[in-house]
Design a protein around this ligand. Structure first.
Ligand SMILES: [Fe+2]
Length: 354
């Protein structure tokens, strides 16, 4: 298919000359004013524009400025047509983004050669742009695929660790779901707006499965003990938070995303802190406990009560769990988070009792 060239010139002789010279190789569209050219370009996309500089009403430079400020036309290559040989005219042509310029009267071979080279160059540019876009898309797809693999490895590893204490194996996925639901509900009600950005919530959900990885260093005898832990055993159990942070630092510490690494560390280290400062390992109080860990604490306790464990049956109905957890309002849990969570009872029931 022939390339299309738009020739814009108020001189009919020049238009017919261009048609005679270029017509055998190209399809020619002709406009005798800048305004007519701009109207034509609203519905057409030629491969090249030959644009006369000296035209009444709107000269070629003005047309060119309009072309370059319009996303539809900014990339169409333009060759200026000029009757003079002045250096400043030439400089202005290139400053405005012209690919080339041709002096009038036309010398057929020169016009043909400039036109074919400009079209060829533009086709290379277009081809290169497509290659870059394809590569960029491939890189994005590869990164997403790697991200999915990473996520499933993390969940798999966390599940493996979790399965040691005789839980149902759903804890990792469940707490991840609850954490996301709570964060989104808080955001929709206007709480913690500065912190709860969409990327924060995404990171929070990715981080949640790693909150208990430190349990890998807790002996089976303690993890799987059916009854109540002794004081000494409980002290050992409490260490899973600091173990978690150390493991996280080892496995993801070199990830360049500092924000994400910090979030995972906070969740792992502080998810057993309590609002009143009686939690562990640091005894942090209220807002000093990172928001991520305050949300995780609610999700973690809810799931612990809802699911069966080797040392306890599941608590039912869900209303009873909410009642138990409400008693920890302002002592164990952030009052805002627990209030919002209790309000989420209908959606939790809907999800869990299907
Ligand atoms: Fe824990």
């Amino acid at each position: 298919m022939k390339n299309v060239i738009l020739v814009v010139d108020d001189d009919k002789t020049n238009l017919s000359l261009a048609q005679r010279i270029l017509g055998p190789q190209y399809r020619i569209a002709a406009c005798n004013s800048g305004a007519a050219a701009l109207t034509y370009l609203e519905t057409h996309r030629p491969d090249l524009i030959l644009l006369d500089i000296n035209m009444p009403e709107m000269n070629g430079f003005e047309v060119m400025q309009k072309l370059r400020s319009n996303i539809q036309t900014e990339l169409i290559p333009v060759i200026f047509l000029t009757a003079d040989n002045l250096a400043e005219t030439e400089i202005k042509c290139f400053q405005l983004g012209a690919m080339d310029f041709v002096t009038k009267p036309f010398v057929p071979d020169i016009l043909l050669s400039r036109v074919s080279k400009t079209i060829e160059l533009d086709q290379y540019r277009h081809h290169l742009e497509e290659m870059v876009n394809t590569q960029a898309q491939k890189i994005t797809e590869d990164a997403m695929r790697l991200g999915r693999i990473q996520d499933s490895v993390i969940i798999g590893m966390a599940n493996l660790i979790e399965s040691r204490d005789g839980s149902t194996g759903k804890h990792v996925k469940n707490t991840q779901t609850y954490v996301g639901m709570i964060a989104n509900e808080l955001l929709s009600r206007g709480y913690f707006k500065d912190e709860l950005t969409s990327s924060y919530i995404e990171d929070l959900c990715k981080a949640a499965p790693l909150h208990d990885v430190g349990k890998i260093k807790i002996p089976d005898a303690i993890l799987q003990k059916p009854g109540k832990l002794t004081t000494e055993e409980f002290e050992t159990m409490k260490l899973h938070t600091t173990h978690s942070r150390k493991i996280i630092q080892t496995i993801i510490g070199d990830i360049e995303d500092e924000h994400y690494v910090r979030l995972v560390e906070d969740i792992a280290l502080y998810h057993h802190e309590r609002w009143d400062g009686t939690g562990y390992p640091a005894g942090l109080t209220e807002d000093n406990i990172p928001l991520s860990a305050r949300i995780m604490a609610v999700a973690d306790v809810f799931d612990a009560l809802y699911e069966e464990r080797c040392y306890k049956p599941p608590v039912r109905p869900i209303e009873r769990i909410m009642q138990i957890m409400s008693e920890g309002r302002g002592t164990q849990f952030d009052p805002v988070i627990i209030d919002v969570f209790v309000d989420m009872l209908p959606q939790l029931k809907n999800m869990l009792e299907k």
